[in-house]
Design a protein around this ligand. Structure first.
Ligand SMILES: [Mn+2]
Length: 300
């Protein structure tokens, strides 16, 4: 585990204890925690635009100066897993680190990396709670149900791999699916595996269109694994990803979906936020958006 990020930022000491920012709330024994998965191998194997390995650092930087609520119990920073070309070794290390962190933290937020992050993180929550029924909600333009090809696992294969580990307990809901970003073969596979799918178009027309599917999933599971792929958002909101969306689900709707998921009555001990690619984020808007979402998930 690399721990080289230094949390620092603006300090408004003249305004007293109620003027805290997120960088002032880092404490090892807090109930919530962050971990980084600094990885380009998954995106590269998926023929995407590399850059996600810098995601954890850029996201922490964007988070540092955001205001913290007075009653916030703080968050721990577990550090980063630095992945080179050996994606499988990186995912195995993430599995171990997630399982360990969930022994002491009630919620762990994993900063990707591409979506290959979700295979390692899911294996970790599965190790921590071997008997639990864990429902997966993925906010994403892509199903990420591709079969690993000659190059092996990638950022396009995590949910295929998760299903293969335990087909009987695979329970997956994908919100924000874009028709033009998924082949018919992938959509047919999702249908064959009873994957819940609600398209970007449907959510744009009706932000409450997924509420029933979320509460149904929560009702039949013990806990939820929430995975957030930043390419579910419109290009203007999230240009710094490997595969930006032409349409995208508006941030206000994503924010509402997160509220509904966190209020669904089952714990969300594991949340991924993936595909932040700083070299493609010239304005910093994607890091800003991701940090805003992470703040919401930490203080909830
Ligand atoms: Mn994805």
């Amino acid at each position: 585990m690399a721990m080289d990020f230094v949390w620092q930022g603006r300090i408004d000491s003249e305004d007293g204890a109620a003027a805290r920012r997120m960088h002032q709330c880092v404490m090892a024994d807090a109930p919530r925690a962050l971990i980084g998965f600094a990885c380009d191998a998954g995106v590269r194997r998926n023929q995407g635009r590399p850059g996600a390995a810098d995601g954890p650092r850029a996201l922490r930087q964007a988070l540092a100066n955001l205001a913290a609520p007075v009653e916030f119990a703080g968050f721990a920073d577990v550090g980063d897993i630095d992945v080179g070309d050996d994606l499988e070794a990186g995912q195995a290390a993430l599995r171990v680190a997630v399982a360990a962190a969930l022994q002491t933290h009630s919620r762990l937020i994993v900063l990707g990396g591409g979506h290959e992050t979700a295979f390692g993180s899911h294996m970790g929550v599965r190790s921590a709670f071997p008997l639990a029924r864990i429902g997966i909600i993925n906010l994403d333009a892509h199903l990420d149900l591709r079969m690993p090809g000659a190059a092996g696992a990638s950022s396009g294969t995590p949910f295929y791999q998760i299903r293969m580990q335990d087909p009987a307990r695979f329970d997956y809901l994908c919100l924000g699916v874009a028709a033009e970003s998924n082949t018919e073969a992938l959509i047919a596979r999702a249908q064959a595996w009873d994957v819940g799918m609600i398209t970007d178009k449907t959510l744009i027309a009706d932000p409450a269109a997924a509420d029933r599917a979320i509460s149904d999933l929560a009702a039949r599971c013990d806990m939820l694994h929430l995975s957030i792929c930043l390419d579910v958002l419109p290009y203007a909101q999230a240009p710094g990803v490997s595969a930006p969306a032409a349409r995208g689900v508006p941030l206000a709707t994503i924010e509402r979906l997160i509220d509904v998921i966190l209020a669904a009555g089952k714990p969300s001990p594991l949340i991924d936020i993936v595909e932040l690619s700083p070299p493609h984020d010239e304005s910093g808007m994607t890091a800003r958006t991701a940090a805003f979402l992470v703040r919401t998930l930490l203080i909830d």
